[in-house]
Design a protein around this ligand. Structure first.
Ligand code: 4NP
Length: 153
């Protein structure tokens, strides 16, 4: 299973989702592939995740500093089985980019995982440390639910 997490900048929500999911999958012994990208990542392309994102992950024993932001592209719809958007704005951008006939499934992360029907992961970029922690807790639940759904755990 290859899963791509997508937000706007690829420096806050989606790299955190990527790191949390990779960590949880490894703990379960699942050989899944995870990546993340941004629909508007040209602002931040090549940049590491936001220091507040890295701090939230580090508190959970996960290093994200080596990740680099990139923009999502049409080729991602062939490389991934599942593309999960943080919010509706990013879902709409993905739907506009999706090549006709592409096999990848595209959905809202919180909706797909059943954490919150039609729910959105709030953008913490202009928020404080508490906002990053809240996003991290939400993404942990989503990562657990994503893997539980697949493994029947
Ligand atoms: P992300 O957060 O989409 O979760 O990575 C943002 C990062 C940067 C900006 C917006 C959201 N920005 O406007 O630069």
């Amino acid at each position: 299973m290859r899963v791509l997490f997508v937000c706007l900048g690829n420096i806050c929500r989606s790299p955190l989702a990527e790191g949390l999911a990779r960590h949880r999958a490894a703990a379960l012994g699942l050989d899944w592939e995870f990546d993340s990208a941004g629909t508007g990542a040209h602002y931040h392309a090549g940049a590491p995740p936001d220091p507040r994102t890295c701090a939230s992950a580090r508190r959970r024993g996960i290093a994200l500093e080596h990740l680099r932001a990139r923009q999502v592209g049409p080729e991602d719809f062939a490389r991934f089985d599942l593309i999960l958007a943080a919010d509706r704005q990013n879902l709409r951008a993905l739907e506009a980019l999706r090549p006709p006939g592409a096999a990848a499934r595209v959905a809202l992360l919180l909706d797909w995982t059943g954490v919150q029907p039609q729910g959105e992961v709030p953008d913490p970029y202009y928020g404080g440390d508490d906002d990053f922690e809240a996003v991290c807790r939400l993404l942990e639940r989503a990562a657990d639910a994503l893997l539980a759904r697949a493994t029947g755990a």
